[in-house]
Write a protein that binds this ligand. Structure first.
Ligand SMILES: CC(C)(COP(=O)(O)OP(=O)(O)OC[C@H]1O[C@@H](n2cnc3c(N)ncnc32)[C@H](O)[C@@H]1OP(=O)(O)O)[C@@H](O)C(=O)NCCC(=O)NCCS
Length: 274
């Protein structure tokens, strides 16, 4: 039986990226060291360590604007679960957000939703993580580069707030691609075990599906996408072409929506970023 009551919550910094990565890898998540670096340098990350300084649990608050923030990287190492550590850590993030007057959002796994509901988070939209086990690697030419300004306009309109610092950082990574074919636009980036597509914006489900096929044709290996569940024609089109639904996520919010979100995207940036 582990004893957690004496374990203090501390604020983490960039030196904790390897410890954070160990926790997300244990949970089989796709985040890589760059993702942890972003949270640890741009957000406020809380953690709990054991006496040997090993990181046991984390939760990150990432303020996007003066009104809205995202919570991500809520992780507890298996042996220390069900002792209230996630509840304490998320509560600490929430207190920080409340002090700053921020509405807080997150994309919850089913296990996470059990922690966030009692804290006062309410569900909004649903998401579905889909995986293509092996992209066809047909050697197709990469899609043309998209324009960052146009992409940001769609992202701001879809979310209701401006998280350009995130989109700029993700799209500037050497292995990332911001692609557009006139009918659809998407960001493709590296993950720890799979490439990730999203956000993805398009006029119609058919254009969104065509964009995903074109991206997959120029990729090797596994690819993930976090689709908005309400985009059912899009999800049906992907599952009909070899993509498998892996798990659901619930988007949840604490506090009032500061500005109504616009048209739903087809896929989001990932549960850790929204
Ligand atoms: C989801 C996760 C973060 C929860 O962490 P946790 O520290 O176990 O969460 P908590 O202990 O605060 O709460 C979880 C459960 O423990 C119970 N609990 C809290 N304190 C307890 C205690 N002292 N003794 C026994 N149970 C306790 C809670 O009531 C809750 O119970 P429930 O599952 O029956 O609803 C953890 O399971 C995890 O890392 N999972 C993998 C990654 C993941 O899904 N993260 C969430 C992303 S959104």
């Amino acid at each position: 039986m582990v004893d957690t009551e004496h374990l203090a919550i501390v604020q983490l910094d960039a030196r904790d990226a390897p410890g954070g990565l160990k926790l997300s890898t244990e949970a089989h998540w796709n985040q890589n060291q760059d993702d942890w670096h972003f949270f640890l340098t741009r957000g406020t990350v809380f953690g709990v360590r054991d006496r040997r300084e090993n990181l046991l649990a984390t939760a990150a608050l990432l303020p996007y604007t003066e009104t809205d923030a995202w919570i991500g990287m809520v992780l507890v190492t298996e042996e220390y679960r069900r002792h209230g550590l996630a509840t304490r850590l998320v509560d600490t993030c929430l207190n920080t957000a409340i002090r700053l007057g921020l509405t807080t959002w997150l994309d919850a796994t089913p296990a996470g939703a059990k922690v966030y509901g009692p804290l006062g988070f309410t569900p909004t939209i649903q998401l579905r993580r889909l995986r293509l086990a092996a992209a066809p690697a047909s050697g197709a030419a990469p899609l043309p580069a998209g324009k960052l300004d146009e992409f940001l306009t769609c992202d701001i309109s879809a979310l209701g707030f401006d998280r350009r610092a995130l989109i700029e950082e993700l799209s500037a990574r050497p292995s990332s691609r911001l692609v557009s074919n006139g009918d659809a636009m998407a960001l493709v980036r590296d993950g720890r075990t799979a490439r990730h597509i999203g956000p993805l914006f398009a006029d119609t489900p058919a254009h969104a599906i065509a964009m995903v096929h074109d991206i997959a044709a120029s990729e090797n290996g596994p690819v993930l996408i976090d689709a908005v569940a309400a985009q059912s024609a899009f999800i049906d089109g992907l599952t009909a072409s070899g993509w498998a639904v892996e798990r659901p996520f619930h988007r949840m919010r604490f506090g009032r929506a500061t500005k109504p979100a616009g048209e739903l995207p087809f896929a989001v940036a990932g549960p850790e970023f929204g």
